[in-house]
Design a protein around this ligand. Structure first.
Ligand code: ARG
Length: 398
């Protein structure tokens, strides 16, 4: 038996490699995708081999992550339950897709992941695998093994000489990539407790933000961010630069209670500095270039789109159809938006586009007004007609 196993280099997946090998008498190939989590991937690769993998595949997925997952969600305006930019929810289907690709290339029988039974990530891994390669088996050791505590895992690892992370881990469960960071557990399991200062990874405390605010001009082409302050940039450096700029101002901190797919509520603390700035800018540009009906329809679609992504249905037919619709709305979402960054705040202060539908002559309250005020009289006769009728009936019936 041959198994391709998702591997991060942490305690769970390190123990998992060994456990799978013993339990299934299998050959294990590990897979690690770089989504911008800022870890030493060569060290992870070597560690996987020392842990007993026959081969360790590592690749840089940052560009693919942004192009194929993050930007489609940005174009859709999708935020789960109105707030969360879904850096984790968007990353899992790509990791699962790569796991499947590697499994098929290497002729493996199964893939394995290190998700627990009460999280969302198992859903995203497994539904992706079901969509893309239903013939592959999926193994989730953390749902079935006897190592139910961290201590039990450490004991298992020490008894078998498995290298375990030496750094004293923070008491949090952290999932970071180029689009953001999620921090769970520890004292934050009490909903009333403020996130402790050492929980934050990508953002400064807004109280320590620079006194002077700063302007950043973001250029979009067909709904995709392509420049900062007039300088054309590739997606990875563009997002990295915005993370650094906005993070220094403490922008992008989110503290929310959310509804998980498996039915429970969880407290989630997120940091998404670049995402918050880009969502604000993209939305503003759409307000200027889209007709009102399309803009307002997109707002409704954004809610459903976010629910599909959060629920692991990225590779399902509805998400793909929705993306086709969203793309058809983005042809004119080209232009620039100026955002002022200050402590904990990204505020749009300017927007321009060759496709702007804003007509200063129609909008002005001073000289040069081109709006036909008399046309409003007939408009109101018809627009108000049902309400005049309604009002008459109310009056007659007292
Ligand atoms: N609740 C978020 C989601 O399901 C983030 C989960 C992050 N995972 C973690 N191990 N901290 O998308």
């Amino acid at each position: 038996m041959k198994i391709v196993c998702a591997y991060s280099g942490g305690l769970d997946t390190s123990v998992m490699v060994h456990w799978l090998k013993e339990r299934y008498d299998a050959e294990i190939i590990t897979y690690t995708g770089d989504l911008g989590q800022g870890e030493d991937l060569e060290a992870i690769r070597l560690k996987a081999l020392r842990t007993g993998a026959s081969d360790a595949v590592v690749d840089d997925l940052r560009r693919r992550f942004l192009d194929e997952f993050v930007f489609p969600a940005l174009k859709a305006g999708a935020l789960y339950e109105g707030r969360y930019p879904m850096h984790t929810s968007l990353g899992r289907p790509l990791l699962a897709q790569r796991l499947v690709e590697v499994a098929l290339e290497r002729g493996a029988d199964a893939i394995a992941h290190g998700c627990t039974g009460k999280g969302n990530d198992q859903v995203r891994f497994e539904v992706t695998a079901q969509c893309l390669a239903p013939q592959l088996a999926v193994i989730a050791p953390l749902r079935e093994w006897e190592l139910t505590t961290r201590e039990a895992e450490i004991e298992y690892a020490e008894a078998r000489g498995i290298p375990i992370p030496v750094t004293k881990a923070k008491p949090y469960s952290i999932d970071q990539n180029i689009w953001g960071c999620a921090i769970e557990a520890g004292e934050m399991e009490d909903l009333w407790t403020e996130p402790p200062a050492d929980a934050w990874m990508m953002t400064a405390d807004p109280a320590d933000a620079p006194k002077e605010s700063v302007n950043v001009i973001i250029g979009f082409h067909h709904g995709i961010p392509v420049s900062i302050d007039g300088e054309t940039m590739d997606p990875v450096p563009l997002v990295a630069r915005l993370n650094a700029m906005a993070g220094a101002y403490g922008i992008g901190r989110i503290d929310m209670v959310e509804n998980r797919v498996v039915g429970l509520k969880s407290r989630e603390v997120y940091e998404n500095p670049a995402a918050i700035v880009l969502y604000a800018a993209h939305d503003e540009l759409e307000k200027v270039v889209l007709d009102g009906a399309t803009y307002q329809y997109k707002q409704k679609l954004a809610i459903d789109f976010a629910q599909l992504v959060y629920g692991g249905l990225w590779f399902g037919p509805l998400r793909e159809a929705m993306s086709a619709f969203v793309d058809s709305t983005q042809h004119r979402v080209t232009g620039e938006v100026r955002v002022r960054l200050s402590a904990a705040r990204a505020m749009v202060t300017g927007r321009r586009s060759p496709y702007s539908l804003y007509d200063a002559g129609l909008a002005t309250y001073s000289h040069g007004d081109t709006f036909d005020h008399r046309a409003a009289i007939g408009f109101l006769k018809l627009y108000g007609l049902p309400y005049r009728t309604w009002g008459e009936v109310s009056r007659r019936n007292g």
